[in-house]
Design a binder for this molecule. Structure first.
Ligand SMILES: [Zn+2]
Length: 130
């Protein structure tokens, strides 16, 4: 059962609603002030519909087939495939990581030498500190 978030214009609050079926398009009314016409939020992760579709594709089990945890090359293949599926320019670090995996380095070594989470960024593309 999916949970959707709706925002109330009136009290500027966001409420989560369970939606019984995807075909249910009824807009809930604000539990607090009773105002109708709440606005559906994209999602708590701030991803758009298109991204949702993409994420669905990424969660397809066939995406993960052929990955051998002990084979860095298969990981690199997967990462490149994922990057392509996302259709976005991947950060240099991503590319470097793929190259190093393809060269046979273990993900642990790469992670250690590259530092923590180089991809954590907000919508503006600004890197979070720490
Ligand atoms: Zn309200």
């Amino acid at each position: 059962m999916p949970i959707y978030e709706y925002a109330c214009d009136n009290c500027r609050k966001i409420y989560s609603f369970l939606v019984r079926s995807p075909s249910e398009h009824r807009t809930p009314k604000c539990p607090k002030c009773g105002k109708r016409g709440m606005k559906r939020m994209l999602s708590s992760f701030g991803i758009s519909h298109t991204d949702e579709d993409r994420m669905e594709k990424l969660s397809d089990p066939s995406m993960f087939s052929g990955i051998d945890e002990n084979d860095p090359k298969s990981l690199a293949r997967f990462m490149r495939k994922m990057g392509k599926e996302l259709g976005e320019e991947m950060p240099e670090e991503f590319d470097e990581m793929c190259r190093r995996l393809e060269a046979g380095e273990s993900p642990e070594d790469i992670e250690q030498s590259m530092g923590e989470a180089p991809y954590a960024s907000d919508d503006s593309g600004k890197l979070y500190e720490g």
